[in-house]
Design a protein around this ligand. Structure first.
Ligand code: ZN
Length: 215
């Protein structure tokens, strides 16, 4: 793995800042579901992005998640042999699936729901998630050999250690982000806030227009 966590946080912040000018306020309906990655994220708080629009937040959280995940993978590979083996097996099973719609996406699109929420009584003919499950079922292997009690306990302990390590990294990412808050806030003020102000002004004009029912 290249460079310290701090250096990687700094680099991912640079990349996000370079992406930000491409953001435009969405005109589609708001997301009905809360994003598990972004809602209440201490990383977004540390970056000063709690109140930013979700697409602006999401690319940032996924970039920081990428920094943490890579470091945890590296730690697991070097220190946690049982967990590393299970992850390799799971990845090998997954790579056999012919259809993996959630992979290879830019950070701005990673980890989002693949399908919009259904309207009750009007199910979709197919969903990306459904197609993925079907594809997975077609290549399903025989179930793996069950673990012994000792193996289960040892694996649980390794999962706990990996989790502990991820939490420590999360704290380091937050500390490092406090050094980047100013430039993040500057970019939000320059790129995001004027566009939101414009959107609200447009809405205001629309509500005042004689074409609006009840105006
Ligand atoms: Zn999100």
């Amino acid at each position: 793995m290249e460079g310290s966590i701090e250096a990687r946080v700094s680099r991912e912040t640079d990349l996000w800042l370079a992406w930000l000018p491409r953001w435009r306020p969405g005109t589609h309906r708001g997301r009905p579901r809360l994003c598990r990655r972004c809602f209440g994220s201490p990383i977004l708080s540390a970056a000063g992005l709690d109140d930013a629009p979700h697409p602006v937040q999401h690319g940032f959280s996924m970039r920081m998640k990428g920094v943490i995940d890579l470091a945890v993978d590296d730690y697991t590979e070097r220190n946690l042999p049982l967990l590393a083996r299970e992850i390799r097996l799971a990845e090998a099973r997954k790579s056999k699936r012919p259809y993996r719609p959630g992979e290879g996406l830019d950070p701005e699109y990673r980890g989002l729901d693949l399908d919009p929420e259904e309207t009750p009584g009007q199910p979709f003919l197919f969903t990306l998630g459904g197609l993925e499950q079907e594809a997975a079922a077609e290549v399903a292997d025989a179930p793996p050999r069950p673990f012994t009690e000792e193996e289960k306990a040892a694996l649980r302990e390794e999962v706990r250690l990996a989790d502990e390590f991820a939490k420590q990294l999360g704290r380091r990412v937050c500390v490092e982000l406090s050094r980047h808050r100013d430039r993040i806030a500057g970019a939000v003020a320059r790129v995001v806030e004027p566009q939101i102000a414009e959107l609200l002004a447009d809405l205001d004009r629309e509500l005042d227009s004689p074409a609006w029912p009840g105006a």
